[in-house]
Design a protein around this ligand. Structure first.
Ligand code: ATP
Length: 125
């Protein structure tokens, strides 16, 4: 593979990844909820002029939840592809993936609370 082929290959992988993000945003209700909540979090971050360190946590929380939700969606798709019948392993796979998203979502809420609550109190009083 010469360097031009590698370039084309890299560009194709990138376009497939973008297609995946679009699919997730259009087809998954949870992704749209994450998108909406992320916009609010970014809005608060700008409004309160949070510090560089706080931005890092906000970015990790937002990036993490989007990535994990997409992995969850991918697992759901593969399970549905393998079987449409009820199967205890299919249930476990989907429930485990959903559990992973749930854990990260709680983590993100805790991060948001730790960062934004003091700003809210200072803003109120
Ligand atoms: N083939 C299956 N066999 C056994 N249980 C299943 C199967 N498919 C789904 N389930 C159970 O139903 C639950 C919901 O499945 P579904 O595919 O609707 O995912 P979902 O979490 O509702 O998806 P979304 O995030 O898109 O709303 C799963 O978490 C799992 O417990």
């Amino acid at each position: 593979m010469d360097s031009r082929d590698k370039h084309v290959h890299l560009w194709k992988s990138f376009s497939f990844a973008i297609a995946g993000i679009k699919t997730a945003l259009w087809s998954e209700r949870n992704m749209r909820i994450h998108f909406f909540v992320s916009l609010i979090a970014i809005g608060f971050s700008i409004f309160f002029s949070i510090s560089k360190w706080e931005w890092l946590f906000v970015i990790v929380a937002i990036g993490g939840i989007f990535s994990l939700e997409m992995v969850n969606t991918a697992i759901e798709r593969v399970v549905d592809l393998v079987t449409e019948d009820y199967h205890p392993l299919a249930k476990q796979a989907k429930d485990l993936a959903a559990g992973a998203v749930f854990i990260y979502a709680i983590t993100a809420v805790v991060i948001g609370t730790i960062i934004f609550l003091p700003y809210f109190f200072r803003w109120l009083i």
